[in-house]
Ligand binder design. Structure first.
Ligand code: NAD
Ligand code: G6P
Ligand code: MN
Length: 443
């Protein structure tokens, strides 16, 4: 069996230990020779690497671990690169969430103004990463990219590096499918879904289990409880914080208005904006919850390890997040043609939607990349919403590449979460100040 060299870019991420564990638990299907962690913050990464080393000791001692901030050492002859960088880290996520809330607008890291701001920070670092990988990695490498905001990052890559061997993915649909499977009491892997949308902006149109569409049952459950079962934490630690429980509950309102399809929970920021904002705390957002929760738990475990030599392997989780990226990589590596939802250029898959849009749809994952499933036409309501969001995101990418203040203002004004051009301008001016050193200069 071939043994792979795999690099995690953003090695200092809170998700690294879980992804490493997921990789090693799959060693019989996907054997690693070397695991490399690469980050621009060496200090943070060294800490996370202590836990990763323990995971290796526990699950597959044969794997060689390299931790580096040097791109050549990181990517030389690498077969796979998992990218999960957070440009500006949680400090900037906090800004993305809190600046909009100052003006009564949705404060979210990937949706609305926060997502646009995060996108503007991430496009160029992502292109830089692709160039480094292309310089050093194996010719037929694959970059599997989780770095958010995935829609905008994917659009930036489409424009600047259209031939790059990047597959952009998101774990939200698999998170929803995990919950659907728990509600239906079936195995998550037995679900075959139809879905269309943009990233963090899409709908399930069919949920097949053994040849039967179970969407009607999920709709009845969802109209009452959202997409939750009683004790979600028993299903998976990922998405079990109170704010995530609320996200899955809010599906019930969306379904009560628009029962045809099951919405991605992120649509609440566009469809239930006033409710969501009224329930957000402008002084304590999800970034704070994550810093005090997932991040603290992991780094406390690092300190405990340094002090006692013992590692608490429950200080992190694999979750659908860790499982999904490994499943996708295995399908790429062995041409398994497994069906997953991925982010790809539309090229007619949704026939009444722009060909050059990056959309999230089912595809069969081969060693040459995704073979996209054709969706056909989508109804006006969904198409209209998607077109508005697509225009907003495309304008933000224009703004980034052209250094255009006016395009950025249009992007914010276009977004459904923003009530007027007055508010859009205030947001933009605040974001420019907060993102000094991260954003390109806008003129
Ligand atoms: P984190 O802050 O814990 O980790 C991110 C790491 O990226 C940090 O160690 C940081 O130093 C590093 N980094 C920043 N800029 C970099 C660069 N230019 N090159 C290399 N490394 C760089 O963040 P996290 O919460 O663990 O999330 C990591 C990323 O994964 C984020 O982009 C997040 O949005 C994304 N994510 C995406 C999905 C999805 O569905 N697509 C799901 C979960 C997380
Ligand atoms: C989901 C989304 C990701 C996002 C994450 C945030 O999993 O698919 O794109 O990064 O949620 O979760 P967090 O726990 O950091 O708020
Ligand atoms: Mn996502």
């Amino acid at each position: 069996m071939k043994q792979f060299i795999l690099t995690i870019a953003g090695g200092g991420s809170t998700y690294t230990p879980g992804i490493v564990k997921s990789l090693l638990m799959n060693k019989d299907r996907f054997k690693l020779k070397e695991l490399r962690l690469y980050d621009i913050d060496g200090e943070r990464q060294e800490k996370v690497a202590l836990i990763a080393a323990k995971v290796i000791e526990e699950y597959d001692k044969e794997v060689k671990l390299i931790t580096t901030t040097d791109p050549e050492e990181a990517f030389k002859e690498a077969d796979f690169i998992f990218s999960q960088m957070r440009v500006g880290k949680y400090k900037m996520r906090e800004q993305d969430e809190k600046i909009p809330l100052k003006y009564g607008v949705v404060g979210q890291e990937t949706c609305g103004p926060g997502g646009l701001a995060y996108g503007m920070r991430t496009i160029f670092p992502m292109i830089e990463l692709i160039d480094l990988v292309e310089k050093y990695a194996s010719k037929d490498h694959w970059i599997v990219n989780y770095s958010n905001p995935a829609s905008i990052v994917a659009e930036g890559i489409r424009r600047l590096r259209p031939k790059a061997r990047v597959l952009n993915i998101c774990d939200m649909p698999v998170g929803v499918m995990r919950n659907m499977a728990a509600i239906l009491k079936v195995d998550r892997n037995s679900l075959v879904v139809d879905y269309f949308g943009l990233n963090h902006f899409g709908w399930f149109t069919r949920v097949m289990v053994d040849g039967v569409d179970r969407l009607p049952e999920l709709r009845s459950h969802g109209e009452k409880h959202g997409l939750l079962v009683e004790d979600m934490s028993k299903v998976d630690a990922q998405h079990s914080d109170p704010s995530w429980i609320k996200n899955y509950k809010n599906i019930k309102y969306m379904l009560s208005f628009f029962p045809d399809y099951i919405p991605n929970p992120y649509l609440q920021y566009y469809l239930l904006g006033d409710k969501v904002v009224s329930e957000m705390d402008k002084n304590r957002t999800r970034a704070n919850e994550v810093m005090e929760g997932r991040e603290k738990k992991l780094f406390d475990a690092v300190e405990e390890y340094k002090a006692t030599g013992r590692v608490d392997l429950s200080s992190f989780y694999v979750g659908v997040h860790g499982q999904f990226i490994v499943d996708v990589a295995i399908s790429l590596a062995y041409n398994l043609r497994k069906r997953f939802l991925v982010i790809v250029e539309n090229k007619g898959a949704i026939s009444n939607f722009p060909s050059d849009a990056m959309v999230e749809v089912p595809a069969y994952i081969t060693s040459d990349g995704p073979e996209v499933v054709r969706i056909g036409e989508i109804p006006t309501f969904y198409r209209g919403m998607m077109e508005q969001q697509l225009a907003s995101e495309k304008l933000m990418v224009d703004a980034c590449l052209e250094g255009s203040y006016n395009k950025a203002l249009m992007a914010l004004t276009m977004n459904k979460t923003v009530p007027s051009a007055f508010t859009a301008k205030k947001l933009l001016d605040d974001f420019i100040l907060a993102n000094k050193g991260y954003w390109p200069e806008l003129k």
